[in-house]
Design a protein around this ligand. Structure first.
Ligand code: FES
Length: 174
């Protein structure tokens, strides 16, 4: 049977590991390590959410809504009930956005790509103009002519036909 001698301890000898820590003891984690990890996760999640909230509307704005009959052929833009008098809407014809407006001169369609710097225009029901949101360019919804702002040229016209109550866009060359 062993007996402890005077001056001898029952604890194992301390061995210094890297950074002066006792290599024989488990490395103590700071008590706040779990909280830090959680806060890092929250920060990353928050940054990803913020990025998503910025990117999603931009993509939604740049990619026009889909309509039936895409792919470069004739496109039904909607019915006369969908676009009543003094309103308008942007539809896709093939991959190109087209603005269809119902004016006092009849239903008209134009390329929805602004002739200034290429933003997508929309119909402003308050002023009854086609308006570019980027630099406040205004276009006549019946002729596509520039009314005000920096656009250097009118919107390019798109041919259409009214078939029953449907507004059918006809691509050039058809
Ligand atoms: S891009 Fe339309 S007004 Fe500038």
């Amino acid at each position: 049977m062993e007996s402890a001698t005077i001056g001898e301890t029952t604890q194992p000898a301390r061995r210094d590991g890297p950074n002066g820590h006792d290599a024989t003891q488990p490395q103590d984690l700071p008590p706040s390590s779990g909280r830090r990890r959680f806060l890092r996760f929250l920060l990353g999640f928050s940054a990803a959410s913020t990025l998503g909230m910025i990117v999603a509307p931009v993509v939604g704005f740049l990619v026009p809504p889909k309509t039936q009959g895409g792919g470069g052929g004739r496109v039904v833009a909607g019915t006369l009930q969908d676009i009543p008098a003094n309103t308008g809407k942007v539809v896709a014809m093939g991959g190109a956005p087209v603005i269809v407006s119902n004016t006092e001169a009849g239903v008209k369609a134009f390329s929805a790509v602004c002739t200034h710097l290429g933003c997508i225009v929309d119909f402003d029901e308050t002023v009854r103009h086609i308006v570019c949101p980027c630099h406040d360019g205004h276009f006549n919804p019946a002729s596509g002519a520039v009314l005000s702002g920096p656009p250097p040229a009118p919107l390019a016209p798109v041919a259409l036909a009214i078939e029953g109550d449907e507004i059918v866009l006809i691509p050039s060359g058809s």
